[in-house]
Design a protein around this ligand. Structure first.
Ligand code: SF4
Length: 522
């Protein structure tokens, strides 16, 4: 089907095109008035001094099939950028309503384009807005569907329980350590995941470069007396390091980063049956991700160094899909490795699953849930397939059969019910570009088992200092104010060769941000 969009009085073509494609995924949207289109969408903006209004009208071969309209108050002396934003939102509201009317279904996230919907909610909560008013903004302004609004408030509750000082943790930081090696490269992934051959070539130099980062970041944290909230070892697959390499990493982490002593002491006192949730280092996660890398020797190192949260990720229990997406492990190995970490005494075990994997249907997802449910992990992270530009599933689209939007939305609705029925609560959510069904990724956890790091990174209420391959440092000041971000080189060779310059810049920016904040506080 060819759809001609006729926009009058504005130029937000990119946003209008994106919204139209959300409703008409497989059709052709054009802004050029040639030929005889199947549908015509006419959108008109009225940008008045005190009122901004938009109307959208969809016609099929000359007959009007649906309409949408929207209006917002404006003031004459509004800044141009603010006025433009309001105009854009008004246009998208009218277009959304018109297309929802025609197709019979609105978008789950309405006109919201940001990847972190909870940030919007936290901003309103912190400004003192009553819950009912927040609901109105989400519903009337952003056109967010009622079930997603409920999701946001459920997450708010869970986050307030798990991290009651979320709005006060800007004077702390969390650490992300990236180990950019993986046994094989999964087709959907764009994380730094270099081969085991690269690992053999670069592991020693990589760890020495990482040691420099630990030392410099540790000095910075001590100098500015910044406590560490949580430590997250991710990648890639950190457990692609062999046990002596892991041990080397753990030793430098505890030696250089403040708070490690206290965490270890707490770990020794708490023994295997749970650690205190408060105080310095509230959590130490290792994303063991790939079950095939979890061996008794590696598990022994992780436990000896008081890792308390670990991820063992099946993604799916369908063997054929695992092969298609290049995960290189079997479903049964997931169960065996899960039992291994369970018996080792990790107090918090997470499992990830993906909805919308190539060739999967509702029964496949039900089967995956059944197998995960049988293991009773402490948390389950439910991802929706997204088509990142450089991922194999995107570059070689024709090779994969991707489930349709409606099917993926059913998978998500069922999975949400399943998780809640088992007692899991949603505790963080984020969206991605080109995500199937315009859906989301949601982390569910049993009460008290929420991932602290996941909340910190999603809600952007504190600095995340990234160390290692491809790790990002997010500079966040009080009230979630962003001071920018810095990325470490992804490629191991580049990381090793440029570490001194990268580090100098990172520490310089971290110091400058902290000096600025200290000055403002005087
Ligand atoms: S194991 Fe994880 S990080 Fe590695 S390629 Fe697969 S999804 Fe990406």
């Amino acid at each position: 089907m060819r759809i001609f969009v006729n926009q009058i009085g504005f130029d937000f073509q990119v946003e209008v095109e994106r919204m139209t494609y959300l409703f008409f995924e497989e059709d052709i949207v054009t802004f050029e008035p040639y030929g005889d289109p199947d549908l015509e969408i006419r959108i008109r903006l009225f940008d008045g001094q005190e009122q901004i209004a938009a109307e959208a009208e969809l016609s099929e071969k000359g007959t009007v099939r649906s309409t949408g309209s929207s209006g917002q108050l404006a003031v004459a002396d509004m800044e141009q950028a603010a006025r433009r934003k309001k105009c854009k939102q008004t246009v998208l509201q009218a277009l959304h309503d018109c297309l929802a009317d025609y197709t019979g279904e609105g978008q789950p996230w309405g006109i919201l384009t940001g990847v972190r919907p909870m940030k919007l909610v936290h901003g309103m909560v912190q400004s003192g807005m009553p819950q009912q008013e927040i609901v109105c903004v989400l519903q009337d302004h952003y056109r967010i569907a009622p079930d997603r609004i409920r999701l946001l408030f459920d997450i708010l509750d869970a986050q307030q329980d798990a991290l009651p000082d979320l709005y006060q943790i800007a004077d702390q930081a969390s650490l992300y350590i990236g180990i950019p090696f993986c046994p094989t490269h999964c087709a959907y992934c764009t994380f730094p995941a270099y081969s085991m051959e690269d690992k053999y070539t670069y592991a020693a130099d990589f760890l020495r470069a990482l040691e420099k980062e630990f030392a410099a970041v540790g000095r910075f944290l001590r100098e500015y007396r910044i406590p560490v909230t949580s430590v997250y070892l991710g990648g890639g697959t950190p457990t692609s390091l062999n046990p002596p390499e892991l041990e080397f990493l753990m030793e430098m982490l505890y030696r250089e980063i403040p708070g490690g002593e206290a965490w270890a002491k707490r770990g020794r006192e708490a023994g295997r049956n749970g650690m205190a949730k408060s105080g310095i280092w509230r959590e130490f996660t290792v994303e063991a991700g790939r079950p095939d890398t979890i061996t008794p020797e590696r598990v022994e190192v992780l436990r000896r160094f008081f890792v308390n949260r670990i991820s063992v990720n099946p993604q799916t229990y369908k063997a054929e899909t695992l092969k298609t997406i290049g995960r290189g492990h079997t479903p049964d190995i997931v169960d065996r490795r899960f039992r291994l970490v369970k018996e080792a005494g990790f107090e918090n075990i997470n499992m990830d699953m993906i909805l919308g994997l190539p060739g999967e249907d509702l029964d496949d997802v039900r089967y995956t849930r059944e197998r995960i449910g049988a293991l009773q992990p402490d948390s389950v992270t439910v991802h929706t397939m997204s088509f990142k530009r450089t991922a194999v599933v995107n570059k070689e689209k024709d090779r994969f059969t991707i489930p349709h939007t409606q099917l993926v939305r059913m998978m998500m609705a069922e999975t949400d019910r399943w998780a809640r029925d088992l007692g899991y609560r949603p505790y963080y959510v984020y969206r991605q570009k080109n995500i199937l069904g315009n859906l989301e990724n949601t982390g569910y956890a049993m009460p008290g088992k929420e991932g602290i790091y996941n909340i910190s990174i999603m809600e952007e209420r504190q600095c995340i200092i990234g160390l290692g391959g491809g790790a990002s440092t997010k500079l966040i000041g009080p009230d979630g104010r962003s001071f920018g971000r810095l990325g470490n080189p992804r490629e191991p060779k580049a990381y090793v060769e440029t570490i001194d310059t990268v580090l100098e810049k990172k520490i310089d920016q971290l110091k400058r941000m902290n000096e600025m904040i200290l000055q403002q506080q005087l």
